[in-house]
Design a protein around this ligand. Structure first.
Ligand SMILES: NC(=O)c1ccc[n+]([C@@H]2O[C@H](COP(=O)([O-])OP(=O)(O)OC[C@H]3O[C@@H](n4cnc5c(N)ncnc54)[C@H](O)[C@@H]3O)[C@@H](O)[C@H]2O)c1
Length: 293
């Protein structure tokens, strides 16, 4: 089956790797050649790590790479695709424009998935009223190749048939699924992770403890696999700020971003992808400090 993934950032590159690794001919699209280059490097080194850990053979990794192509030509990428996964920036207008272009060039029966973290599927789909029944939230987690869940979100007019196809597709990628039947802001997961991280940022701003101790407290005391602040860096603080700003608009004041978060993003400290967020990182993404700088 041919899959097109639109947006080659933190999430899109991983989703494309997952699709190619599970046998799909995959086209990865971005507006930026530079970003496509970074995505290719990220996919190659991730596959190399799978091989080094004996979780994949060299041949399987090479086959996955041979199934994956990168392009800036969205229309060519979605042409002939049975599934299109949009994973561009968390911005309603940008997602709607990508969707309009997608339906004009993709097969009329294609499943249209959006990896939005919290935007209304119904609102995104309103850009293409005649095709909105084919649009379903396909919410992956970072990193998509490792995280077990895909959260499927049914928009007001997403059809049962396409929700079922989204579930079958996700399970074919080796994922477990939950279905959010009501198109509610932040779905089942993002509203929780956003508010937990926000409370950590508030404690940081109040000087209650260091970033490292806040993360250690949640890891060791509350059994979080990763501290919320380091996870924020891992996922991208710019994406997190967009999510909070949007959730503040839909769910209210309790999601209001902190001043520190706004300043970090304004300063270009976006997390691992820029080498500095709440913590500092080396080229390989290893943490270098305790977050106090
Ligand atoms: N980062 C996470 O942990 C995470 C987890 C789940 C879902 N999401 C969601 O996934 C989506 C992508 O997030 P991300 O973290 O990968 O963001 P990102 O900023 O890392 O990547 C977004 C990419 O989209 C590209 N893009 C922008 N406009 C485009 C267009 N018109 N056509 C093609 N490409 C375009 C950008 O060049 C960029 O490479 C967002 O909706 C986000 O909310 C993110």
């Amino acid at each position: 089956m041919k899959v097109a993934v639109i947006g080659a950032g933190t999430m899109g590159s991983g989703i494309a790797q997952l699709c190619a690794s599970t046998g799909h001919v995959t086209s990865l699209v971005d507006t930026s050649e530079e970003q496509l280059g970074r995505a290719a490097t990220a996919v190659t080194s991730s596959l190399d790590r799978f091989v080094a850990k004996d979780r994949m053979t060299r041949e399987a990794a090479d086959r996955a790479l041979s199934r994956l192509e990168s392009t800036t030509d969205l229309e060519r990428a979605v042409s002939g695709a049975q599934v299109v996964v949009e994973s561009v920036v968390e911005d309603l207008a940008v997602k709607q424009e990508v969707l309009r272009r997608t339906v004009a060039a993709a097969p009329a029966e294609a499943l249209l998935g959006t990896n939005t973290s919290q935007l209304s599927i119904t609102a995104i789909g309103s850009a293409v009223p005649d095709h909105a029944h084919r649009l379903v939230g396909l919410h992956f987690f970072n990193p998509p190749v490792l995280m077990r869940l895909v959260e499927i979100v049914q928009g007001l007019v997403s059809s049962e048939e396409y929700v079922q196809r989204a579930e079958d597709f996700s399970q074919g990628l080796g994922k477990e699924t939950v279905i959010c039947r009501k198109d509610s802001p932040g779905f089942l997961t993002s509203r929780i992770s956003a508010i937990v991280r926000l409370e950590c940022l508030r404690m940081l701003e109040e000087g209650v403890a260091s970033a490292e101790d806040i993360d250690r407290a949640l890891r060791l005391g509350l059994n979080f696999p990763m501290g919320p602040l380091e996870l924020g860096d891992f996922n991208g603080l710019d994406t997190y700020l967009r999510i909070l700003t949007s959730l503040e608009g839909t769910l209210g004041e309790r999601f209001k971003p902190t001043v520190t978060l706004r300043n970090l993003v304004a300063a270009g400290r976006l997390g691992r992808k820029t080498g500095h967020g709440i913590y500092r990182y080396d080229e390989a993404g290893r943490r270098l400090d305790d977050g106090s700088a």
